[in-house]
Structures are given as structure tokens and as C-alpha cells.
Design a protein around this ligand. Sequence first.
Ligand SMILES: C[S@@+](CC[C@H](N)C(=O)[O-])C[C@H]1O[C@@H](n2cnc3c(N)ncnc32)[C@H](O)[C@@H]1O
Length: 288
Amino acid sequence: METTPIQFDPVKYKNTTREQWQSAAEAWYRWSPTLNQWLGKATERMLDMAGIATGHRVLDIAAGAGGQSVTAAGRAGPSGSVLATDISSNILAFAEQMARQAGVGNIQTKVMDGENLTLEDETFDAVISRVGLIYFPDQQQALREMRRVLKTGGEVAAIVYSTPDKNQFFSIPVSVIRKRAGLPPPLPGQPGPFSLGAEGILEKTFAQAGFTKLKVERIDSPLRLPSARECIRFEKESFGALHQMMSALSDQEKESVWEEIERELIKFEGENGFTGPCEMVVGVGEKP
Ligand SMILES: C[S@@+](CC[C@H](N)C(=O)[O-])C[C@H]1O[C@@H](n2cnc3c(N)ncnc32)[C@H](O)[C@@H]1O
């Protein structure tokens, strides 16, 4: 099928992103135990690589329901703090709930667009972002803002998906939806789950924004769930990016798309349930 090139509109994209995460907020929070199991290893590496230690002031960008904010707050200790920011107010309300439940008193939240930080220059020891930067229309603008608010010698660290072939639990739904919704493939430089995952891209992106001493690691992060159906439920309820791609389809078409996705994902079911292939890239850079 021929697809007509659609002009990318960053303002419209960002507004839709906000709305999608306003509605997916409760589900993202509810699936926290799965997120912790799936992203726990990469999260610990991100915090190691960012050198987060006692007394540090940490900024979390696109913090979502705050899973990684709570882990970072534990490392920063009572003499340090984490400011969890996100474009969605609903999801930050869940981050507050998460912090309360974890008994962590050193997390504050603030609604903020990651491309426009309403924060003072040179005030943070580290900036972190877990599967957030990939969804920003202007990643360079976001990274320049992160550099601005970091102290000299401070670190920025991010977790992004690697390439579609290594992340089939997500790339299969993306490609089925793209085909069924008649969407064109993303152009280089456009936001999306795999926008920073190819070899050398994260390093290049950090370097372009003025960061030095770059280090990147690839972390095997299989998504383990009881069945493919559970994986569908997880993605259907809480993956804002997929909702966004399906926004032009009718409810009936959406259901039929999910059925096709389930037929594809069933191949990752085995004796021990569903193991969805996923590889994360963790990158760190320093503000010189
Ligand atoms: C996949 S979730 C990740 C949440 C969290 N970091 C985690 O790993 O659990 C992506 C998050 O990015 C946020 N987001 C998307 N675009 C944003 C922007 N321009 N500024 C700030 N947050 C944004 C969404 O609201 C959502 O909470």
C-alpha cells in the first residue's frame, strides 16, 4: 500500500503525547512490579554510570510513575534529593504515591516539558531519564537544557531501546500498527522508541549537545510475563506511544490490530511463560 508522507508537527505530537500519558498514567503505575523486574538491571546501571551518591541532587526527566526516582532517592539518601519531572501531571501524582508507599521523603515532583526546564542553571549533580528522551521531538534541545542545569562535572545518564530486531516485544506491535494504520516509517531525527538505539547514535547525540567522557552499555532486559496475552494487556493498557500511533483507528480496528499482534507475539511463549526480547542501551556523558 502506498503511504503519503505526513508532515511531522512537533507541537501536535507533544500535545498528543501529553494526552496519551495523562490517560495511561494509572496503568503505568499499576504495572510497576513488571517495570521493576524488566528495567531494574538497566536502572541500576544507569544510576551507577551517573555516579549517584549520598547527598546528590538528582533531576529525573520524563520520570513517569517514579520507579527510577525512588531507586535514585535511595542512593542520594536523606541529605540528597530527587526532583521528578514529567509533562503529564496525572503520572506525577502516581510518582508521589509511589514515593509515599516506599517511605521515601526526599522526592519532589514538578510538571515540566523536558525540552524547557523551568530550573536554575548549574543546580544538579546528575540528570537521569529512563525511556523518556526517545519521545522528545527535539532531543538536542532537551540535552542542552540538561547540560544547562547540571553543575560542571555533573553527569547525564539515559536508558533508551536499542534496535527493533533486538526489541521484538515492542517492535512487532509497532510494525503491525504502522502497517494497519497506514503510517509511514519514521524519518531520521523524528522521535520514537528506536530513535536512539542504533550503534553509535546515543554517543553522537550526547557529543553534539556538548557532553564528554561518553560511555555506553547494552543491557539484555527480557520482558518476562506469564503469557503473550499478558504482554498484550501490558502494552495495550500502558504504552502511550502505541496508543498515539493507533489514534486514527476505530475501536473495532484497534481490537483487530491487537489480535494480530497477539498472533505474532505468541512465538515468545515457552515452558516458563512469555519472554519478550528486549535490549536497552544505557549511556552517560559529563558536563565539561
Ligand atoms: C515510557 S514512559 C517512562 C516513564 C519512566 N521514566 C519509567 O521509565 O517508568 C515515558 C514518559 O515520558 C513522558 N514524556 C513524554 N514527552 C515528554 C516531554 N516532552 N517532557 C517531559 N516528559 C515527557 C511521558 O509523560 C511518560 O511519563
